[in-house]
Design a protein. Structure first.
Length: 151
């Protein structure tokens, strides 16, 4: 991820809301911060593969030390937006989610150079039929949310 290293911070993941939202206790202040994972959008919990996305994030991150790399200045629904790297394994959460077919690269917001790598992972997951790509016509979460609000 391409962010100023001075802005990155370390903490422990204390809870996972869904595939792309976690709560992290900052090592420097002890305060908690809700973090929206940058550049990807996982299915909602009531959508197909939403629970699987949440479970992958929880399995990989809960109780672990991560580095949060802020990716934008503005918050999203009172959440910081950033990349999340599992320090023990140098695993980038976005890579794991997209490669497993449990997230879309969100082209509306994913503007950093690393997004091209995630798009490649997404294409590979789609071609292999992994996760949500096992469905013939998976519905992106932003479309699903819009459909739910029209009801």
């Amino acid at each position: 991820m391409s962010a100023t290293p001075a802005l990155a911070w370390t903490g422990e993941v204390i809870s996972v809301h869904d595939g792309d939202s976690v709560t992290v206790r900052r090592a420097d202040t002890g305060k908690t911060a809700k973090v929206r994972i940058y550049g990807v959008d996982c299915p909602e919990l009531k959508q197909a593969y939403g629970v699987e996305a949440r479970d992958l994030t929880a399995r990989v991150l809960t109780g672990k030390t991560v580095q949060v790399i802020p990716a934008q200045k503005d918050k999203s629904y009172k959440r910081e937006v950033g990349g999340v790297v599992l320090l023990d394994d140098l695993l980038v959460l976005q890579d794991a989610l997209v490669s497993s077919g449990l997230a879309w690269v969100d082209d509306r917001f994913c503007k950093l150079a690393v997004c091209d790598l995630w798009r490649l992972h997404q294409r590979e997951a789609r071609e292999a039929g992994r996760g949500l790509w096992a469905d013939k016509s998976p519905v992106p979460p932003w479309t699903w949310r819009r459909m739910k609000h029209k009801r």
